[in-house]
Design a protein around this ligand. Sequence first.
Ligand code: DGT
Ligand code: CA
Ligand code: CA
Length: 587
Amino acid sequence: MSAQNLAAAAVFEEIADRLAIQGENAFRVRAYSNAARLLQGLGPDVKQKLDRGEDLTELPGIGADLAAKIREIVETGTCGLLEDLRRKMPAAVTELLKVPGLGPKRVALLWHDLDVQTPEEVLRAARDGRIRTLPRFGEKVERQIEASLAEQLSVVTRMKLATAAHYADALVRHLEQTKGVERIAVAGSFRRMRETVGDLDILVTARKANVATERFIGYPDVAVVLAQGETRSAVRLKCGLQVDLRVVPAESFGAALVYFTGSKAHSIALRRLALQRGFKINEYGVFHDEERIAGDTEASVYRAIGLPEIPPELREDRGEIDAARAGQLPRLIEAGELKGDLHLHTSATDGRNSLEEMIAAARVLGFEYIAVAENSRRASMANGLDAARLRQQREAIDLINAKSKGIRVLKGVEVDILEDGRLDLPDKVLAELDLVVAAVHSGFELSRARQTERILRALDNPHVTLLAQPNEGSVGARESFDVDMLRIVRKAKARRVHLELSAHPDRVDLVDKHCRMAKDEGVLVAIDSNAHDTGEMAQLRYGVGQAHRAWLGRDDVLNTRGLREIMPLLERDQARPKASRSKARAA
Ligand code: DGT
Ligand code: CA
Ligand code: CA
């Protein structure tokens, strides 16, 4: 199967869809959809056929007109007819054909009479009872459309950042190996390091736009080509992730990067400020009267409207523009400033590497300390530790600390917060440890009030040093629950407990908002990998990304402190026995 053939097929399919919605005669529509199917199943590449001078009209169902269009697509990447049709009809309208119950005639009605263009808008119209008022639709059809769309759209379509990064990195490498492609950037929510991304937005500059586009749609991981034009194309990868590509002029690269990094809210606020100052800003540059005054780099765009460059993770219209105007953008924490990792698992429970292997990985990262904090006994699925096994682990750590130089292993536990707010291990056991991470792993269904009380009670325990994110459901999962975070953060402040930002990509959810709240309330945040193997320690970078979104600087983060500085911050009330305190300090 050749990418070239699939690309041509996609153009024909879209033409067929658009002609059908436009009410074109059925034979003409079918000619294009048949041609699309033929191309999809055709072994030899049409471009090679053309290069060899073969006559495409020998293919079944391909007349002179279609053959000329195939040649046009091969040569230009698109087709004049499709471009004409696209000008007449919004892009999203063809998406509606995929909705069960919607054929071209109904789609045309929805678009013309209700002005709905996207599946989301159709769902809203169905819920508002507007669809049943149209001819050809009744209440029953409306309900069917509503049900199937509600199901379709509720499927989690957003992908976790770390998973998306895997696909983005591979695709960027593929594009990098293209002659004439000069600059490549992944913009959008990916660049802002949102916990999840809806799709990838890639920008490139290239000597020849169509070369970049062909390389893009020819990527082996592409499942379908959704759109293909001179400077804009879109594909869906086999993993389901949609990727948009835009080829932009070099002198507009910075302006396009600002525009497509977004967020939309940030761009709108930026545009408003630019207008106030007499400038116009768009994806091509910054303009004063009709003159273009900036746009090749992002810095030039921000500078032209009187601002310092704002880091992408901050571009959410959460006060960053005012801060930039006042010269008060935060100096964000850098990954290299982390001095240790306070939450690791090992093969003693459900981890995949031994403590020795985890130590070796921590050395590579230049850490001064790590803390082992495995699950407590209640987590039987994770082979959680009881008091006896925890004691064995403490003794093993003492032996390791006695002989290993340059890195200190702290003794911790990730203890379950039981449903009534007590902890899963006796105080006597917790008192022996250097740190205690308290976490909720069950009882997600409790009401907001009870959930909050439960966590507040856990914070009253004199041994808790870190509170794991109380909403630590997996991203997008329904079981991530609701708590009164402000009360919790204030209580943590009063009890000298720190908040943990788990960098584990499965565990991030609303992290940025809560960490920003912690910062505002003066609670330190520990950026921990929660790694179950050495590879996962590298995921600290996602934690750092979330920390950026929360505006955290070095001083706001607990584990930017060296060993000597951090030990007193891990100590809690007077409950900790003197012996263990002095031992911990003897490092
Ligand atoms: P996502 O993909 O849902 O995770 O979120 P984004 O932020 O990547 O959104 P996306 O992919 O729809 O668009 C990428 C960027 O393009 C977005 O952050 C800002 C820009 N953009 C898209 N639509 C508009 C718009 O209507 N106005 C403005 N100013 N910018 C837009
Ligand atoms: Ca996006
Ligand atoms: Ca997009």
